[in-house]
Design a protein around this ligand. Structure first.
Ligand code: SF4
Ligand code: SF4
Length: 434
């Protein structure tokens, strides 16, 4: 019998802590032969997963073991970069039977689920499918920690890096502001900072430091407004399309570097760029874009002209999805065998290319946290429908109380109060003041 049930995991509001926030209790109802802990963490300057493994190895192994039993897997694998010898040495003697470590390259995007599954099992997830299609479930380090703890998810670990005084991995109550989390890392080292939320490659730009930390905020990279990455993220679609259609020379480097193309998927960003040149309507039209994972390697690393094939692909992909157009196609396994290993982008080179070399590339876990006086808990911090409030303004709640839950059998996750206090409002988010 599993020691932790999916009902307990559901009641705790556990969601995938490293990405979109897929509800973990739903994921663990599946059956698979292999479960993989994704500790690859390949976004430059992020260190949360490795730091958590170093600080909480027993909890994370217990969470992975519980997930393994729930999905009925025979094999549990921790995928971690081989360069973290100390963490690997710490974990190895603790591994139960049926659990092993696979050492990964220090390259981007090793943490992409498709690449990770290939590196661990040599199985290629078919285009447009999920790891379950090849008998795998992938879970995140913090998610495994939350499974093992078996208490409501009210705290969040994240790396705060870039232009801050003491880059660190911090633990804060869910719902505090970006500004409060940045203060735990010693505060911004520059005036008027902005942040890339979640990472410099796959994150988003925010200029609003009053935004709340959610269950899926994995990192804040603080940058000055004139940093080239901030300028890249600030470009309008109109400018991206106009510059792209006039300057792309069809060298196809973007495709030759694309990790999904190298895995054998039919995504060829240079063809999306070509179609941008041929269509007068300012949008791309290439159906392979639906298999783009938005890793940004084509735009941030490959393109010698500094164009933005990633955004061209995602614009096309969203339009195809809105039109309900889907392409069922097989991968080409030969390409993965021949090219994937030879065209990995080393993280050090990526950091230099992105103009991040001057920032400290460390994020030690620090015990300091922030004494939250007010938290904002968005009703949608997960994949699925927003949760419905079960409290109203004026109610008093204790930390750990349920304040919102999914209704009508919809996909979603329970949300708990992260501090004790009084509910101020429930419109779009539960606001609690201590
Ligand atoms: S790498 Fe840049 S210039 Fe070359 S085909 Fe791709 S978008 Fe065009
Ligand atoms: S963002 Fe670019 S490199 Fe990444 S999967 Fe999409 S097309 Fe390929």
């Amino acid at each position: 019998m599993p020691r932790i049930s999916v009902e307990q995991i559901e009641a705790c509001g556990v969601v995938g802590a490293g990405g979109a926030g897929f509800p973990t209790h739903v994921k663990l109802k599946a059956k698979a032969d292999t479960i993989i802990l994704n500790a690859a963490e390949c976004e430059p300057l992020l260190h949360k997963d490795k730091e958590m493994l170093r600080a909480y190895p027993d909890e994370i192994i217990a969470g992975l073991q519980a997930a393994k039993e729930l999905v009925g897997a025979e094999d549990a694998v921790i995928g971690i970069k081989g360069k973290y010898h100390d963490v690997i040495d710490l974990l190895k003697p603790k591994l139960p039977a049926g659990m092993r470590i696979v050492e990964l390259a220090d390259a981007y995007p090793t943490g992409d689920e498709f690449i990770l599954v290939y590196d661990v099992t040599k199985r290629i997830i078919p285009p447009g499918k999920i790891p379950l299609a090849v008998g795998c479930v992938v879970t995140n380090v913090e998610t495994a920690y939350n499974i093992a703890r078996g208490v409501p998810v009210t705290e969040k670990f994240l790396t705060v890096a870039g232009a801050v005084n003491h880059p660190a991995t911090v633990k804060v109550p869910v719902g505090v502001t970006f500004a409060e989390a940045i203060e735990v890392a010693g505060g911004a080292a520059i005036a008027d900072p902005v942040v890339l939320v979640g990472g410099v490659m796959m994150g988003r730009l925010s200029t609003d430091l009053s935004e709340p930390i959610t269950k899926t905020t994995g990192g804040l990279i603080v940058l000055p407004r004139d940093h080239r990455l901030v300028q890249r993220y600030s470009l309008s679609w109109d400018a991206i399309a106009r510059i792209g259609s006039s300057a792309c020379d069809q060298c196809s480097f973007c495709t030759e570097f694309c990790p999904r193309y190298l895995l054998g998927h039919p995504i060829e960003p240079h063809k999306a760029m070509r179609s941008l040149e041929f269509t007068m309507m300012g949008e791309a039209n290439f159906i392979g874009t639906q298999f783009c994972c938005e890793c940004n390697l084509c735009s941030m690393m490959a393109c010698p002209e500094d164009l933005d094939p990633k955004n061209v692909c995602t614009q096309n992909k969203r339009r195809l999805a809105a039109e309900g157009r889907k392409w069922e196609v097989e991968a080409n396994p030969v390409r993965a065998e021949l090219h994937l290993n030879n065209r990995r982008v080393p993280i050090g080179r990526l950091i230099r290319k992105l103009g991040l070399f001057d920032f400290v590339n460390k994020g030690p876990l620090v015990p300091a946290t922030c004494p939250a006086r007010r938290v904002v808990l968005p009703l949608k911090q997960h994949v699925g429908a927003p949760a419905e409030p079960v409290v109203k303004p004026g109610d008093t709640v204790n930390a750990g109380d349920v304040v919102a839950r999914p209704t009508g059998g919809k996909l979603g996750a329970v949300i708990h109060a992260s501090i004790t206090g009084r509910v101020q409002s429930v419109d779009g988010a539960i606001v609690i003041e201590a």
